[in-house]
Design a protein around this ligand. Structure first.
Ligand code: SF4
Length: 65
């Protein structure tokens, strides 16, 4: 289980959101004032998962001789 802290800027409330996630999927979100905060948290978590996947591919590719 990992945690992500972020600020939602979808409206002027600027909610401080904390999301728990596992395997690229959000399992819990707190601090969001509305559903958009959950969607944004999920988007951020997916981006992180994609970046981690890309880094893994690059690292694996660098091992090739
Ligand atoms: S979670 Fe909802 S209320 Fe909070 S900043 Fe984002 S859009 Fe606004």
């Amino acid at each position: 289980m990992e945690r992500l802290k972020m600020t939602c800027h979808a409206c002027r409330n600027a909610c401080e959101i904390e999301a728990e996630y596992e395997d690229g999927e959000v399992t819990e979100v707190i601090g969001n004032g509305c559903m958009r905060g959950i969607m944004r948290a999920q988007n951020e978590v997916r981006k992180l998962a994609e970046q981690a996947l890309d880094m893994g591919k690059k690292t694996a590719g660098s091992d090739k001789k």
